[in-house]
Design a binder for this molecule. Structure first.
Ligand SMILES: Cc1cc2nc3c(=O)[nH]c(=O)nc-3n(C[C@H](O)[C@H](O)[C@H](O)COP(=O)(O)O)c2cc1C
Length: 207
């Protein structure tokens, strides 16, 4: 199948076949798609948790409105946004400069700009900005799953403060969206055609 037909094949899977697990090889591809996500300034202000621990999944399910995806999926990927943008910036510039002070000095104009940006954000503005980057990673993961014909369900119906407590997340991270992945349960009701606004409704060409 082509990528576009795979996007039509995929759907928000509610129940997964608990006997089928995503292979380590395919999981690595999905995580690599996440890793390759573009972000504003290239900052990567996020962290991801790949949960297979059944006790933790059982704790998360009730605070995700009892949705069956949580306990039937093969892996639950939890997308967390970072609020510690200065520390995030330091890690990024350490990485870019490879610890070389000369390279770091050449990047000073860029680092100063990013520092100013990071300092201008209070905690909630930082999380709001990081969450937007995190959702791009989430979209990349959704697309990677479709490409691999692995089922998934974007999920934001959950109490994310409670998710953070269950995972013991640091105060500088906030879980913002979930992605259970696996293989659709055969007995799940077949879906009708996709409901999408028409191209005419969605796109305006400005020539
Ligand atoms: C950000 C986001 C959050 C969503 N949250 C949930 C959710 O918590 N539970 C759920 O069953 N579906 C959830 N969905 C799935 C959407 O309802 C679904 O993607 C949409 O209706 C389109 O259907 P399709 O994905 O099958 O094409 C979410 C989708 C997105 C993009």
């Amino acid at each position: 199948m082509s990528f576009l037909s795979n996007l039509n094949w995929r759907y928000a899977t509610k129940k997964f076949d608990t006997t089928k697990k995503v292979s380590d090889e395919d999981l690595a591809k999905i995580l690599e798609a996440i890793r390759m996500t573009p972000t504003s300034f290239g900052m990567m202000p996020y962290h991801f948790y790949i949960v297979t621990n059944p006790d933790i999944l059982l704790q998360i399910q009730p605070i995700a409105w009892g949705q069956p995806q949580i306990t039937t999926c093969s892996h639950l990927i939890i997308f967390a946004a970072r609020s510690d943008l200065i520390a995030n910036k330091d890690e990024y510039f350490d990485l870019m400069s490879g610890g070389n002070n000369e390279v770091r000095a050449q990047l000073k104009w860029y680092e100063d700009m990013v520092t100013g940006f990071a300092q201008s954000k209070d905690e909630s503005a930082a999380i709001a900005w990081s969450a937007r980057q995190t959702y791009i990673a989430h979209g990349f993961a959704l697309a990677a799953c479709a490409e691999l014909e692995i089922d998934s369900c974007a999920m934001e119906w959950a109490d994310f403060d409670a998710v953070g407590k269950i995972l013991g997340l640091p105060a500088t991270q906030k879980a913002v969206v979930l992605l259970p992945i696996g293989y659709r349960a055969e007995w799940e009701a077949p879906r009708g055609p996709k409901v999408r606004f028409t191209r005419e409704a969605l796109f305006t060409e400005i020539k």
